[in-house]
Design a protein around this ligand. Structure first.
Ligand code: SF4
Length: 424
């Protein structure tokens, strides 16, 4: 029989592969005489819409799973130690961690224990205990198990801040090959139900301000990158469809880590370049905030993002006939498409040029990244770049090093000093 501390170690470790709760680590452990510990099993960080960073307990309810998804460490055929919490056991951990300032929220997912609804009932009991027995009002993000019934999704939406379903693989073919028990409909239907429930809730709250909120932080999903041959174009098209069709708040991209031996998976020695994941995040940003469409960034002839150039520079080099752009007359949407000019700097340009005709010096003062923008703008008719936009050397001038290293989510040992000290 496993202790609560042992379960937490197993289920915190098993949850780390989910990137849809964005996370980072810290190697700082608690010391005698001090307080706080950034090193606890399963603790990660996420960011709210207003930019606040929250520490979350990121944990599975259970790593028992009846499915055998080839890319997943929790697949039924994998020989790993299994553990399952009781609802009140996990609720108490959250409460105790919160009271000790270890965490400000919970990210809860699970393997499929007997069937989707049974699993979701256990998650609902846990979250209901937190909200109704322990009066915990902190942030909760719950992963909905694919195939969960509508009634349970609606119940969870009234308890959690964010609920989401992971799509995991970018195409039906990949899903059929590596996760044949997961039916695409069982993923997209809950997404649709969450979207509709949120819309209904918004209507209800217009009429009755005290109507309870339904998943106020919206829904997100995760796509695994590089486990299958799906191209960046296919991935971005899928993301675009998710944002437009399901009001998705956020799509997370997670470079595949070799945990499976299926012949269709990359060999264990293959490491998916983290720079690919980074470029997808940049392209995703362009879809969400810069008015780009996937088809403008990539096409069937060139379906992969350039690892040397960020996607906006790449788009600009493919559309040189639009440049240079005069910053004093370009509309907001065109300003947003200039490399080196972001949402804030485009807004600053619009505001500043009401006062005066801007010159190149003014652009620097407005915080424009001239290192990139210089090749694509004129200000009061003056071009400040070393190379004219049509030069072939622009690619070289804008290329970035490809030895990109992202801070690892997983390098930390899962220390568990609090629980091992006999607190549970
Ligand atoms: S259903 Fe989820 S937990 Fe189970 S094997 Fe598939 S990905 Fe892993």
């Amino acid at each position: 029989m496993l202790t609560t501390a042992e379960k937490l170690n197993i289920l915190g470790e098993a949850a780390k592969y989910d990137a849809s709760c964005s996370s980072s680590g810290s190697g700082r452990q608690g010391k005698p005489g001090g307080f706080g510990n950034a090193h606890m099993a399963g603790i990660c960080h996420t960011w709210t819409d207003d930019g606040r960073c929250l520490s979350l307990l990121k944990v599975l309810y259970s790593n028992v799973c009846i499915f055998d998804c080839a890319y997943c460490v929790n697949r039924t055929s994998n020989d790993v130690l299994r553990a399952t919490f009781e609802p009140d056991e996990l609720a108490q951990i959250v409460v105790e961690f919160y009271k000790r300032n270890y965490i400000e929220g919970l990210f809860l997912s699970s393997g499929i224990i007997k069937n989707p609804d049974y699993t979701m009932e256990q998650l609902t009991k846990t979250v209901s205990l937190l909200r109704n027995k322990y009066n915990y009002y902190g942030y909760i993000h719950v992963k909905v198990v694919p195939g969960t019934s509508k009634k349970l999704i609606e119940a969870m939406g009234l308890l959690a801040d964010r609920i989401s379903v992971n799509i995991e693989l970018p195409s039906k073919n990949s899903l059929a090959l590596l996760a044949p028990q997961k039916k695409p409909k069982n993923i997209t239907l809950p997404m649709q139900q969450i979207k509709l429930a949120k819309l209904d809730n918004a209507e209800a709250r217009k009429k009755y301000k005290k109507a309870p909120l339904f998943a106020p932080a919206g829904q997100s999903t995760q796509i695994i990158i590089g486990a299958t041959p799906d191209s960046d174009l296919a991935i971005l098209r899928l993301s675009e469809g998710l944002y437009n069709g399901y009001n998705m708040k956020r799509v997370y991209y997670s470079a595949y880590l070799p945990v499976g031996k299926h012949p269709a998976l990359p060999s264990p020695e293959t490491r998916v370049p983290l720079l690919r994941e980074h470029r997808l995040y940049q392209a995703d940003w362009l879809l969400r905030f810069y008015g780009f469409q996937a088809a403008e960034l990539l096409n069937d002839e060139k379906p992969s993002l350039d690892l040397e150039l960020d996607p906006k520079c790449n788009w600009a080099l493919n559309n040189l006939d639009l440049f240079p752009v005069e910053v004093n007359t370009a509309d907001y949407q065109l300003l947003l498409r200039i490399p080196g000019i972001g949402v804030q700097s485009a807004q600053r340009i619009i505001a500043a040029r009401k006062e005066k005709r801007l010159n190149l010096e003014d652009l620097k003062k407005l915080g424009i990244v001239m290192k990139r923008a210089q090749y694509f703008v004129t200000a009061a008719g003056k071009f400040g770049g070393r190379l004219r936009p049509k030069s072939h050397n622009l690619h070289t001038a804008l290329a970035q090093p490809t030895d990109y290293v992202q801070l690892s989510l997983f390098d930390l040992p899962t220390a568990n000093s609090f629980l091992n000290a006999g607190n549970f």
